[in-house]
Design a protein around this ligand. Sequence first.
Ligand code: SF4
Ligand code: SF4
Length: 390
Amino acid sequence: MAERVNPYFLKELKKYGDVRIEECFNCGNCSAICPLSTEEDNFPRRMNRFAQLGLRDRLLASKELWLCYYCGECTKTCPRQADPGEYMASARRYAIASYDPTGLAKLLYTSPVLSVIFLLVLAVAIGLFFFQASAPMDLQTLRLFEFIPSALIHNAGIIAGVVIVLAALVGMVSMWRRTFQALGYPKGTRLDWWGAIWKAFGVEVLGQLRYRKDCESSAVNKPWYAQKWFIHASMLWGFLGLFVATALNYLLELLSVKATGTWVPLWYPIRLLGTVSGLFLLYGTSLALLRRFRKDDTSYEKSTFSDWTFLALMWLAGVTGFLLEIAVYLPPFAWSYWMLLAHLIVVGELLLLAPFSKFAHAVYRSIALYLWTLKPLPESEQASAPAAAD
Ligand code: SF4
Ligand code: SF4
């Protein structure tokens, strides 16, 4: 089938970052130096050609786009200063916007001014939504979790969760179809669907194996806790831990094992999980913000507005969460009620925008890693397993 060429593709890509890949003369240095590129999954040179030739669909169907962790090694060695690392990051932003049919992701990536307006309007809307249902602040009698009814927070969380999952599913299905077809397995090939799960989600997503082992080879002068893989992992583990703690807490309340909004000691398992996870989140986001501010790595030199917004919201979620946790153990103060409202606004923004912001890269990279680990079963097992679908 003939491939469609989009003559405006490179021009469009430039809206998503400092793309200079037209300077590339295809020498191959970048692919040779890339610690994650292999003969089978060759990048970034092949991706460069897609942009130069206007092969938009080929780029969007490339799992390799998401296998890059932006270590910046390719950028350092490019003889043409074509900055392939930044190009890959920009192409990922473009891909997130392309998988989103609403156009919101494109707006958030390409217009800082409209993004600020949108974020402010959304913050005010979330704030008013919760504040109109709040109880009067009576510091003598009111407990913190009675200020805004827990049932409202739970119900709003469930509705927001459904909206987020539906919005994310559209993008995930679009990405899956493109990238799976691009794998090119002949119809009827039996694939190791189950075997790929642990390697992709356990070893690579949670364990960050290749990021840790291969991408950090040039950062041996930094202690492990200051390396990019650990900063990245801290944010990931922190967020997942907080998500699990929140879900478990909700489940216990739903099953009436625990009354809604009751005080629990710090060593209560769910609170402990939430506290430790919050520390990871705060550590990771603080260091990521600091290193971006200092531009102390090639990959931190060209931060976009979307990078800053994503990190700032994560950091604010951690800070307001901890201030709220401290407030729980103190006598009622007026600031603690405002902190609860601020926390709900920040977390609401972060989650509602997840399918349209940099947050989405976590989902798309996980899918790409799954497809990367997905391999045909050995010949002897080909007859008894589910076949590859179109
Ligand atoms: S090293 Fe630079 S010039 Fe060479 S292929 Fe990569 S991007 Fe192009
Ligand atoms: S930024 Fe690093 S991982 Fe990404 S393509 Fe370049 S060398 Fe490879």
